[in-house]
Structure formats: structure tokens, C-alpha cells
Design a protein around this ligand. Structure first.
Ligand code: 5GP
Ligand code: MN
Length: 337
């Protein structure tokens, strides 16, 4: 059950009051909640008369580029000098939506080199980030919802900026799989109700996020299901793997495989699902589960990663087919425990 975030407000206000130039930073391969929570914070700070900047370690997917002011996000991979300047010029760094510095990828070294006051705002369990102040609330559906709650306390429920509302809703919607999981205590739905009363364009956002793909992406999805899905029925597990050649064949763009990991969970009886993506120098794994099998524990133990009970990620330094073999051997052991 979630706790009130009221206890954070005095300290958070102090940090915000003392800072003028504020860098808000999200995790690498940013998803809807990383971008949504970063942008929500950005719009709020801008309205408070601060000078905020947004920093992402890597580029954002097209299905998030409709968000107002998303073009002002500085991307470290393509603009590293500017990002270093922004971080150096800030008197406060606000890190959002991750629980481990390794989630900032190539930006980690640069962030750690700078000794700036640092706040973490996140909803992943077991935060392991060195920060001057940590606001970690795993009972929240998303970091965006947590930021909405904090701002509601700070502004006594009177803050209604439309850009803020759209950013918050985008984070909440994407991190809950369009409100299909992680929304158990009613509060998430009550917040959606409040956002609607304040003018939220719900159907527009659904359309921009979920119905905004290229034909190549739809074909890649069909190919992945038809040719690259392996079902291990006896252990309620299924996985999908995509090589670099597979992705190139369908003109893969950033974000095209978003959501693929959830597809095998639609098969009756399947409780664990994994997506293997072959990257230039490693394998990226996405893991999902239903029920009490912890993919967070699995990712921590075997795949240098982590996440939540039912949604986690990790990596392997192995060729694709070795990684799959390794997974097959350990998953059988772990499921039968
Ligand atoms: P996704 O599979 O969508 O990339 O990530 C699912 C969840 O796992 C997210 O909540 C994300 O924060 C977490 N996650 C993904 N990759 C990693 C990783 O490499 N390390 C850790 N600690 N968490 C990850
Ligand atoms: Mn999140």
C-alpha cells in the first residue's frame, strides 16, 4: 500500500528553492515513463521560474516525440559536449525513473565526475544510487505518477499545466501497459480521473503512443511472432529473439520492439516471457512475468540487471545463440525450484 508523499515535501522544497539551474536526467533507452516523468518535472520547474534542462543518455523513440518540448531534450549519445556543459552548469541534478547508476549507460561516468547536489525520484524497488536525497516509492505505478503526487502536495492541488498533464499521463499509461497492471489500490485511476477533469486529451495520447508505428515495425512484429518465438510449455515460459540482421531487414528504428516482450504472455498458460535483442556488443534482455515469479530476482542473479517483480531487464556479453542456450538452462532450474 502506498504511503503519503507529504513527508518529502519540506526537504524537496528546500532543494528546489536553493537551485536555479536544474538538470533533470532519465535512463538510457528511455521509455514512456522515463520521458514522461522527466518532462513533467521540466514543465513544473519552468513554471516555477527555474531554468531546467532535460538530459537523456540515448535518443527517444518516435512514439514519444510528439510531446511538447521533447525536442529540447539533450541526448548524450549525439551531443555529449552540450550535455556535459548542461550538467556542469546546473546547481542541482534530479535523476528520474531508475534505481542504479548503470541505467544511465554511457552518461554514468560524466554524472559521477560531477559533484552536484543530487535528488533521485523513482519507483523501482531497492534503490542503489548515491544521492543527497532519495524519494523512492515502489508502490507507485510509475515515476510520473509519483511526480504528480509530489507536485500536488507542493501546489495544494492547484497545478494544471496541460503539458505537465500530458507528460504525467504518458508515463502512467505506458508503465502500466495502458492500465492493465500495477494499478491495484485505486489511486492511479483516481489520478486519471483528476487529469481528465483538468482537460487531459486521453484518446489523442493513446493514438500518438500506440498507433503511431511504421509499416516496417508492424511487419517486424509479425515476423517475431511467426519466426522467432519459442514456447517452452512445460515450464510456462516463452521467449522471442531478434538478431541484428532480423531488425535491419525491417528497417528497425529506436522503440520498434517496445512491447514485444509482453506478447507471449497472451498465450494461455504462459507466465514468464523474455525478449532477446542482439545489440552491437551485447545482448539486451527484457523479462516479464505474471504472478509471483520474480524476474527482478532472475535479472539480478543471472543477467546483470534488475527492475520490478514482474518487469525487469538485463544484459549478457555473449553471442545471441549462446545467450539463449544459457537462458534455457537456468530458467528450467529456477522455475522448478
Ligand atoms: P524493459 O524490459 O522495458 O527495458 O525494462 C523493464 C524494467 O526493467 C524497467 O522498469 C527497467 O527500469 C528495468 N530494467 C531494464 N533494463 C535494466 C537493466 O539493465 N538493469 C536494471 N537494474 N534494470 C533494468
Ligand atoms: Mn518507470
Amino acid at each position: 500500500m502506498r504511503q503519503s508523499t507529504g513527508k518529502y515535501i519540506n526537504k524537496l522544497s528546500d532543494f528546489l528553492e536553493q537551485a536555479e539551474n536544474i538538470a533533470v536526467v532519465c535512463h538510457t533507452n528511455p521509455d514512456g515513463d522515463a520521458i514522461g516523468s522527466m518532462m513533467a518535472m521540466y514543465h513544473y520547474l519552468l513554471d516555477k521560474g527555474k531554468k531546467p534542462e532535460m538530459v537523456s543518455p540515448s535518443d527517444l523513440p518516435d512514439f514519444l516525440k510528439w510531446l511538447n518540448k521533447s525536442s529540447e531534450i539533450f541526448v548524450y549519445d549525439s551531443n555529449s559536449e552540450k550535455v556535459a556543459d548542461v550538467l556542469a552548469g546546473a546547481d542541482l541534478h534530479i535523476l528520474v525513473d531508475f534505481n542504479s547508476m548503470s541505467r544511465t549507460g554511457s552518461l554514468e561516468t560524466e554524472l559521477n565526475r560531477q559533484e552536484k547536489p543530487r535528488i533521485l525520484i523513482d519507483h523501482h524497488p531497492q534503490p542503489d544510487v548515491k544521492a543527497d536525497y532519495i524519494i523512492s516509492e515502489p508502490a507507485f505505478s510509475s515515476t510520473a505518477e509519483l511526480i504528480y503526487d509530489l507536485v500536488s502536495h507542493l501546489e495544494k492541488d492547484s497545478y494544471r499545466n496541460p503539458d505537465f498533464i500530458e507528460a504525467v499521463y504518458t508515463g502512467m499509461m505506458t508503465d502500466t501497459g495502458n492500465f492493465s497492471f500495477g494499478t491495484y489500490d485505486g489511486e492511479t485511476m483516481r489520478i486519471v480521473g483528476a487529469l481528465l477533469e483538468n482537460g487531459l486529451r486521453k484518446d489523442y495520447i493513446t493514438d500518438m503512443v500506440y498507433d503511431n508505428f511504421s509499416a516496417g515495425r508492424m511487419r517486424l512484429k509479425g515476423f517475431a511472432l511467426a519466426e522467432r518465438m519459442v514456447v517452452m510449455e512445460d515450464i510456462s515460459t516463452a521467449y522471442i529473439y531478434l538478431s541484428r540482421d532480423d531488425m535491419n531487414r525491417f528497417n528497425h528504428a529506436v522503440g520498434d520492439t517496445e512491447g514485444f516482450v509482453n506478447m507471449p504472455l497472451s498465450i494461455a498458460g504462459i507466465k514468464i516471457s523474455v525478449l532477446f535483442l542482439e545489440k552491437d556488443d551485447h545482448l539486451k534482455l527484457s523479462l516479464r512475468s505474471k504472478g509471483d515469479f520474480s524476474v527482478n530476482d532472475l535479472a539480478r542473479k543471472y543477467f546483470n540487471g534488475g527492475g520490478h517483480l514482474n518487469a525487469a531487464g538485463g544484459r549478457l556479453e555473449m553471442p545471441l545463440h549462446d545467450g539463449i542456450k544459457y537462458f534455457e538452462s537456468i530458467i528450467r532450474k529456477e522455475v522448478n525450484k
